[in-house]
Every structure is written in C-alpha cells, then in structure tokens.
Design a protein. Structure first.
Lengths: 417, 472
C-alpha cells in the first residue's frame, strides 16, 4: 500500500492468491522520520514488510531537498544500496525499480533524487520508473516549489519513465465519485480515512487507492496472461521517443470501484472506457490531452469480455479525436490482459506521452520563480548545496518545456482529414 | 511401382519439417497451425508430428517454441495438452524472463546472440528427430522485438548451419496501432529476412480480421479466431496434394552437404521415371518452385471458400466459381491510398476503389485444389499470361487432392509470389522513414547497437525489393 510520504520502494509482484502472511513485498522503505514506517510495520499489512527492508532516520529532512540529497544521501546511501542489493538478488529477473515518492518535501524528493542517481549508476540496465506526487498549489509545505524543481532535474536525467500524480486531480476524481454516489447509492466510494487528510478534506487512503490501482494495472500483463502482453520495457520503448521526454499522463477507467455488481446495466462498456480515459477529468495530472499533441499513447485493457477487435475498433475511433504528432500518426500501443482488476469486471489504463504535460511543469516553474525572486528560504539550501544547482534545475525544466513544445503545433497530421 | 519411386514415396512419408514459433504472436499462431494440421489430415503425422517415445502418449509437434518471457509458451503448451490430440515436446522450448521490449535491436543484437547456442542445440535436437529433414517454417510477428528481432537473427544463424535446407517464414503483419515502433520492426525484419529465407509469406492481421467479420460473421473476432483462419489457410497448402504432371522447377536442385540432417538429394534418374502424380514436397518444391529467383521472395496466400459449403449446395461448376473468386482476389488488394482511408472495420466501397484496382502481378503461383473433381478443374483463368512477366516460364503449378479438407468439401488455395506486399511494405517504409527523419526512438535502438546507418541500409533493401516487384 502506498502512503502519502511515499518512500522509495519496489512494487510487490506476486500471484495474489497465497495468504497474505506468506508474502513479502519486494520493497525497500526509506524515511528520515520513523513515524510512517513504524506505522506500516505495525499495521494490517505488517506481514509484508520486514524491518530489515527499512531505513529510517530520526529528525527528518526539514522539507529541504538539499538536506535530503546532500546530507542524508551520502550518509545513508551505502546502507540503502545494500538493502536494495539484497532485494534485487532475490529476483530471478529484475525488470524495474519503481520509486514512489512525493516531490514537495525533503526526503522523498531529495533523498529520492539521490537514490535515483545511485540506481542509474549501479543498475544502469534496469528500468527506473518513478511515480512522484507533484505538489499542489495549496500544498502546506512552503518550500515545495524548490524541492519539486530540484527533484524534477533528477527525474529528467536519471529516470527512464515518470508517471506524475497531482493530488488535486485525485481529489477531483473522488469528488465526481461522490456526486455519482448521490445519484446511485450503491456506488462504492472509499470511506474517508481517520488519519491525516489532504487540505481538501479527502482522505489520503482513498487517493492512494487510485494510485495503487494504477500500479497494479501497469504490471497486470507481467503477472497475468493475455492475448497481447505488455511488459514495462515495452512501455518505455513505445512511449518514450526521445530520452528526456519520458513524462507520461496517466488515466484509468474506472479509477476506483465502479457501480456495484447489482447494477449490471450501469457497468461501462468497453467503448465507454475508451471514451472516458482520454477526458481531462480522468487524468491523474491536471491537463487536457485532447487539446494538445500526442507523441505516443498506450491503452492497456484488463478483462476477458472484450478482445483485440474491440480494442482496435476503439483506437480507430479515438484517432479521429486525438492530435497525433506528424511523424507518428499511428503511435499507439495496445495491451490486453485477461485478468480483470479486483474492483471492476474490466478496466482500461491509458498512458500518454502528450505535450500537455508542459502545463504542470509551467505551474511548477511559476511557483518556483515567485519564491526564488525574493530568495525566500534560500539560505536553508545554501547550508547544504551550491546555489548554482537552482539555476541548473531551472535550465533543465525550461529545456524540457521547450522540447515538448517543439512537438506541439499545427503541423499535426489528421489521419482522417 | 518401380523401386526408386517406392523408395521416394517412403522417403516422403518420413520427411520432417520443423516449425519455429518465435514470440507471442508466433507461438499463438503456431498452436492454431498445428491444430489445423492435425485435424485436417492424418497422413501428415510424420511431417509435422512425430511419434512419442511411449506409444500411449500423444504425438508430438515438430516444433521449437521460443519467447523472451515464459507465460505465452506455458499457456500454448497447456492448451495443446488440454485439447488432447497432440502436444508439444516437453523439452522443446526456450524462454527467458527478460522480455525484448518491442525493440528489434534488443532482440537481434543482444538476445539473439546470447541465446544462440541454446537455440541452436534445441533446433538441432528437433531436426535430428526427422528421418529426412525438409526445412523450417517459422511463425513470427513482425511488430515486436522477439518474433521480429530474435526471429530474424535465428534465421540468419540457421541459414549458416543448414545451408541446403529451405525456409518458409510465415510473418504476421500487425494491425495499425498495435505497437508504436512496429514500422521500424517490420522494415528491419523484412530487410534481413529477404536475404536468408526462401519464401516470406506476409499475412495481415487486418485481412484475417476482415475475413472473420465478413465471411464468417464473427462480429468481434479475437486473436484465436484470426489465427484459426490463418492456420487453415496455411495448412491448406501444407497437407498432401499431388501435381498432375511433374512441375518444371526453375530452381536449382539442392544437394546435401551434411550427413544426418540433410535435405533430400534429387536423383535425376528417379525424376525421369516419376509417375505422373508427384506429391508436393512442402518446402523444397514450394519455395524452390515459387521463389527460385533470389530477388522475388514475397508470398501471399489466398483461399476460398471461407465457410464450408455442403456438397448439395454446390453449383454445377463449383471449381469455375472458386477459381474465378481466386482470380478476383488478385485484384482485391486495393492500393494503399484507399486502404489507409478506410477503417479496419469495413466498408471498402467497391465503387470507390474500382478506379484504383490493379492486379497483383505474379512471378509464380501454386494452386492447390481439394475435393471431388479437383484434378479435372479448368485452371486456364490462372494461366492468363497477363498475370505474369514474360520471363517467367511455366509460372503456374497445380496440385490437387480429391480428399476434402476437413469440413470443406471443396477448397482452393493460391500461394502466390506476387506484388501484394508492395502496398503495405511501402506504407511501412514511409512511416519508418518519417520517424527516422525525426530521430524518434532511435536512441532505444542505438542502445543495443543499431545505428542510423543500419536503418538506412534496411530502408534501401526494402526499396530494392519494392522496385523489383513494381517492375513486374
């Protein structure tokens, strides 16, 4: 299960049939405070995690990327790598590292960046997939604009594939589910959690459940049979045409439990899933991909009620609404896994490399510049790092925005013009 | 029957063909193929199947299953066992866990070489279980990394290890939008395969899907449905059929170089005394006769009917209408300009593309007719000189078998060395060039050792093939 302060850890990959007490997550949990990790080790899923998989500090990173990256990185780096090594050795064939972290604070972003760089050095042949939580505009961490900007540079340089998440987008998805619940009372909506809540009032548990579904869906082809298997390597090959343009918009339909099975008539058809998944309201990062250009996209379907002709037919229809980049008018990847998710009889995940990803980066840049103009809090960072790092990070972000911008524009081939 | 002919008949019965199934698409299709081969005739038991060690066991498919991840091969083997008529050999597969990431370069430049020894051994073991080895048929998809990349590499290796044996490559052409980098993989595969296989049979998923929908009324065909149609089509030229007269093969006679795993040596004495009815020797005759010219290797397969017709429902001249249908099919592949504007799911407006109708000119054709009266059928429609270039001597080979093909009382197949591949190959080439010009995805291929120049070489090779066929 994911937590708000996502420590970096590998995804658990198992058959999901054995009793939970026999399973151990392929994970390394890192946090510079003990509270969250200790909670996990005592909580309902405590059997999944052993204390030897955890590295904790005591005093936290003070919401300071530089503290996480330049102090704790060197301090804990070796120990972390050892733990990663011991988990990696247990894998017969290591596919990828999935790094789950938030970019607003100090540990997930700073130490997370350090770990990403170390993985690149030590395991260059293994995919590094990051699922970072981008800070929202009402983030309660004042230094989050600095932390996220500095972390993004690391993601640009060292990750193979990034699936950003914005809490605001998750909240909106949950909002819509609550509205739907008013109309159909049997609709399942996760109960608000008792613990810490997002400023919007939504529980983190519900939001994390959406992200957990994303990760489960992403790896479904690796775990189960299908007529068109898609593993993680295939995703990066197909969706990342240029090395630095590896930030993907993700969306799912349904994102969470759909209508209960008593209302079979309300179950979405496969066509409905396809229509839903490209809408801006279902994206896990705020943005409207239909208004921008697709460099490539992947549609991963789970369920056995539909087959390749349904998927292919829907792709044909969607193409008419999507602006594809001129050199890749048929830039689609289809995946089909027979096993549906636990929460619905069929589901669709769309991963899109779309130029609208510039928007969250532009927002990030704006927030950063607002703060940095007055050099607010900068002295905290100067304690641990060279201030030139900010300039480098800003350059990197601007390059990224520009590079994506090059593929936007009127020179799109409309396939059915 | 003269002794040498009796011996030759016996040898034919003991000849073996090894099928190499590579990648997900290749393995899924291979399962359907063996199923079709087994159910459509029993006399193939020795060519595509071998007896198990214990007679109580099921016959074993002469196959080698290869994939870069284990799930598909495991599922295919499980399904063969579950069907209960035949099965794959327990040690006839090679899988790893790495996946090839839809990356042709990873398959061809990395995984292929590192698996070479293991695959060679596996193939050799299967080949040695043939009393007389006729050659390979490969089943692979061109869209991904394993079937396309590792498949291409393996065929190069086998060309060296078995220089005198023939290979027919059954290549599945992907649907649009199956895979973003599919055009790179398709172009790279064809460019390499053309040099090492004898015949390249391209089968489009789109065509199979269309057949399922229009001819079979399956509204939402699955891959299984499509593979069943494709497998029946291929099996229809592989199961026994007989030439009326000895075909005048324009190819070179192949002689064996190795001891145990050789192809047959043709004795000219036996040939001259052959009876008028000669069995089609699956690979040797098929590919040597059809693909004797080194620059013309592209094959297409058409057949009719798609749905079994009862004997009572046959018209007075059933063969005439089927042969007419086959000839019309040579017109039916519209130019790519039309195909790209019509959706996968139908509606090819006949009045629209009549202006674009061009016949697929053929270098040579193998016509296989099955069912009552097949040996008397009038094949002159397909002897039409307009179909062939002037330099192609005796381009039409006709083989027949009065036995029906499974449920089909009457069945006609046309395996053509023809220009059907021009349109899709040209489309793939133009898409690949567009991506290449933008340098899209090239770093993924460069990571595994494939440079921009390597792409250029492949583009030129495809251009050369297209040029040849355009000149027909």
């Amino acid at each position: 299960m994911d937590t708000r302060f996502k420590p970096p850890r590998e995804l658990p990959v198992s058959d999901g049939i054995s009793k939970i007490k026999d399973l151990e997550a392929r994970a390394v949990l890192v946090d510079m405070e003990e509270g969250v990790v200790n909670q996990l080790l005592k909580g309902p899923l405590s059997n999944l995690f052993k204390s030897r998989q955890c590295i904790t500090g005591i005093s936290g990173s003070g919401n300071n990327w530089a503290h996480g990256h330049d102090v704790y990185g060197p301090q804990y780096g070796e120990a972390i790598l050892e733990k990663i090594q011991s988990e990696a050795e247990k894998c017969e064939s290591l596919q990828s590292f999935n790094i789950l972290h938030s970019l607003g604070g100090g540990t997930g972003s700073g130490l997370g960046s350090y770990i990403m760089e170390a993985l690149h050095d030590n395991y260059s042949g293994v995919l590094r997939i990051s699922v970072p939580v981008f800070p929202s505009k009402d983030d309660d961490v004042v230094t989050s604009p600095y932390n996220s900007m500095l972390a993004v540079k690391s993601l640009v340089d060292h990750a193979d594939c990034v699936l950003p998440i914005e809490n605001e987008a998750l909240c909106e998805i949950l909002d819509k589910m609550e509205v739907r619940k008013l109309r159909s009372p049997t609709l399942y909506v996760p109960k608000p959690s008792k613990g810490k809540k997002h400023p919007s009032g939504k529980g983190f548990d519900a939001m994390n459940e959406i992200v957990a579904n994303l990760l489960l869906h992403l790896t479904s082809s690796v775990r189960f049979d299908g007529s068109l298997n898609v593993d993680l390597n295939e995703l990066t090959t197909n969706l990342v045409p240029f090395p630095k343009l590896h930030f993907l918009m993700s969306s799912m339909s349904p994102a969470l439990h759909g209508p209960s099975h008593e209302n079979a008539a309300q179950l979405p058809t496969v066509n409905q899933l396809f229509t839903d998944v490209i809408l801006h309201k279902n994206q896990l990062v705020k943005g409207n991909p239909l208004a921008c250009t697709y460099l490539a996209s992947a549609f991963l379907f789970r369920g056995s009620q539909s087959n390749v002709s349904d998927l292919s037919a829907n792709i044909c229809h969607l193409r008419q609404r999507m602006k594809m980049v001129h050199w890749n008018p048929e830039g689609f990847k289809i995946g089909h896994c027979f096993r549906p998710p636990l929460h619905a009889p069929q589901a669709l995940l769309c991963l899109a490399n779309n130029t609208c990803i510039r928007n969250p980066f532009k927002r990030m840049k704006k927030r950063f510049e607002k703060l940095f103009k007055k050099r607010v809090y900068v002295h905290h960072y100067a304690e641990y790092m060279d201030l030139g790092t900010f300039a480098l990070a800003l350059d990197s972000l601007e390059d990224l925005i520009e590079h994506y911008g090059e593929h936007e524009g009127p020179l799109m081939l409309r396939q059915f013009a | 029957m003269r002794d040498c002919v009796r011996a030759r008949v016996r040898e034919r019965e003991r000849m073996g063909v090894v099928v190499l199934q590579v990648g997900q698409g290749g393995n899924q299709f291979g399962l359907s193929l063996f199923d079709a081969l087994f159910s459509l005739t029993s006399s193939l038991a020795n060519e595509f199947f071998r007896e198990p060690r214990r007679s109580a066991d099921l016959p074993r498919a002469r196959a080698v299953l290869i994939d870069s991840e284990p799930k598909v091969v495991a599922a295919v083997k499980r399904r063969s066992r579950a069907m209960g008529y035949w099965r794959y050999g327990p040690y006839s597969s090679y899988t790893e866990d790495s996946g090839s990431g839809n990356n042709w370069a990873k398959g061809f430049c990395r995984l292929g070489p590192s698996w070479q020894d293991a695959l060679s051994d596996l193939v050799r073991r299967e080949v040695e279980m043939c009393d007389i080895f006729d050659g390979f048929i490969t089943s692979q998809s061109l869209a991904g990394g394993t079937g396309a990349g590792i498949g291409s590499y393996l065929l190069e290796v086998l060309k060296d290890e078995y220089p005198s044996c023939n290979t027919l490559s059954h290549c599945i052409w992907p649907l649009e939008g199956e895979c973003t980098v599919q055009y790179y993989n398709v172009v790279l595969s064809i460019a390499h395969l053309c040099d090492v296989v004898d015949g390249l049979l391209l089968v489009k998923n789109e065509t199979l899907m269309s057949t399922c929908k229009k001819a079979l009324g399956i509204q939402r065909p699955s891959f299984d449905d499509m593979n069943t149609v494709g497998a029946r089509a291929l099996a229809s030229v592989l199961v026994p059929a007989y030439y009326q007269t000895k075909p005048k093969l324009t190819g070179l006679l192949k002689s064996s170089g190795k001891a145990a795993t050789t192809c047959k040596v043709k004795s000219s004495d036996c040939q001259s005394q052959m009876m008028s009815s000669t069995q089609v020797r699956i690979l040797s005759d098929l590919v040597t006769g059809l693909c004797s010219h080194p620059k013309y290797r592209m094959l297409a397969l058409r057949n009719t009917p798609q749905v079994p017709t009862g004997l009572d429902n046959s018209t007075t001249h059933p063969w005439k209408s089927h042969l007419k249908q086959l000839k019309q099919m040579l017109y039916m592949e519209p130019s790519w300009a039309m195909e790209s504007t019509s959706s996968v799911h139908g509606h090819k407006c006949t009045s629209d593309y009549s202006a674009f109708r061009k016949i697929d000119r053929c270098v040579a054709n193998l016509l296989v007719l099955r069912g009552k009266g097949s040996s008397d059928a009038d094949v002159s429609l397909l002897e039409d000189k307009a179909l062939y270039p002037v330099w192609s001597k005796d381009p039409l080979m006709v083989a027949t078998n009065t036995a029906p093909l499974g449920d089909f009382h009457i069945f006609a197949s046309l395996l053509s060395n023809c220009s059907s591949a021009i349109a899709p190959a040209a489309h793939a080439l133009s898409r690949a060039r567009a991506m290449h010009a933008s340098k899209a995805y090239l770093y993924q291929y460069a990571k595994h050792g494939l440079s921009m120049d390597d792409f250029d070489t492949s583009f030129e090779a495809i251009e050369a093939v297209l040029e040849q066929y355009r000149e027909l």
